[in-house]
Design a protein around this ligand. Structure first.
Ligand code: AVI
Length: 318
């Protein structure tokens, strides 16, 4: 998926981009670290656990929607499409789509070669007659698809409401880039989480077992380990906020007391109650989803939601 960045570290023991993001982010007035750094190995494991939590409805709901409506997607898309997934397709969702589609081939794109090969192998053994051609690339830039796809029309697949972790501007840029990657006549099947009851949203991001808290706090453990920092992780708490004007859940790490710490020799201070902003998860109404798609170069063809209207699967054409 978009945010997986657990690449092997360079011999120096840290990723210079991680160091640069942390030092710049903790020097800003509102301290912040980009959400992609939540996903080291432990963070990715904790995220997998989150997707199975009773309070975290998105994964379950989207999987059920695909189970129910993949046949309708196939009916609109027709046979013989190249299914191009943005992310490595390690979830239960991809087989549901592929089983309904009778595609010409399946092309997962992911920045992490490790995840990509693992999930491509699993899918190839599940669908032995299906050509699986993984592409290791950063799909936030236009990707050259394998030439052997030929003229097969394309169906992009971007599940998981990962688009919600981007600002509106970055989401629009990504949708335009996806259109450029897929080319003329493409379709896109995308999952988006809906705006809903505030309490339900807060519970989904602050679960009773504390798994999401551990996921968020793991960022500090990672900073200590990889960047030679001495942050007292126990002096922070997981804090979740619904930002209504921006229609998004925000995750923060809140200092429980005044403190000082160093990262690779640089000193930082935080006041009790001050926070480090670690993630945004934007939620979309039917109208704002349609507008986002349109601004990103896509016209909506169909949308499917669960009976409670928690989550939407949207099919759009370029
Ligand atoms: C990956 N992404 C769609 C998740 C979300 O719901 O925004 C990440 C997450 N953060 C906390 N819980 C789940």
């Amino acid at each position: 998926m978009l945010l997986e960045t657990d690449r092997s570290l360079p011999p120096s023991g840290f990723d210079p981009a991680f160091r640069a993001d942390v030092l710049a982010g903790l020097s800003a007035a509102q301290k912040a670290v980009p959400a992609r750094w939540l996903y080291d190995r432990r963070g990715s494991e904790l995220f997998e656990e989150i997707t199975r939590l009773p309070e975290y409805y998105p994964t379950r709901t989207e999987t059920a929607l695909l189970g129910e409506h993949a046949g309708a997607v196939a009916g609109i898309a027709g046979q013989g499409r190249a299914v191009v997934e943005f992310g490595s397709g390690s979830s239960a969702k991809t087989p549901l789509l592929l089983a309904a589609m009778d595609p010409a081939c399946y092309v997962p794109i992911d920045i992490s070669g490790e995840y990509l090969l693992h999930s491509a192998r699993a899918l190839a053994s599940r669908f032995p007659a299906l050509p699986v051609w993984p592409v290791e690339a950063d799909f936030t830039r236009p990707v050259a698809l394998p030439a052997r796809i030929g003229e097969a029309p394309r169906l992009g697949f971007f599940p998981g409401s990962t688009i919600g972790n981007l600002s509106a501007r970055s989401a629009v840029d990504l949708l335009r880039t996806i259109a450029a990657t897929l080319g003329h006549g493409a379709l896109l099947l995308i999952g988006m989480d809906r705006v809903k009851d505030r309490e339900e949203l807060l519970r989904a991001y602050d679960d009773a077992q504390g798994v999401t808290a551990a996921f968020n706090l793991n960022l500090l453990t990672r900073i200590n380990r990889e960047l030679g920092a001495d942050i007292d992780v126990a002096a922070f708490r997981h804090r979740v906020v619904w930002n209504d004007p921006e229609a998004r859940i925000e995750m923060h790490l809140e200092a429980r007391r005044d403190m000082r710490f160093t990262i690779g020799g640089r000193s930082f201070a935080m006041r009790a109650g001050e926070t480090i902003h670690t993630e945004n998860s934007h939620k979309y109404s039917a109208r704002s989803a349609r507008l986002l798609l349109a601004t990103g170069g896509w016209s909506m063809l169909r949308e499917w939601t669960d009976p409670a209207g928690r989550f939407a699967l949207l099919l759009a054409e370029a």
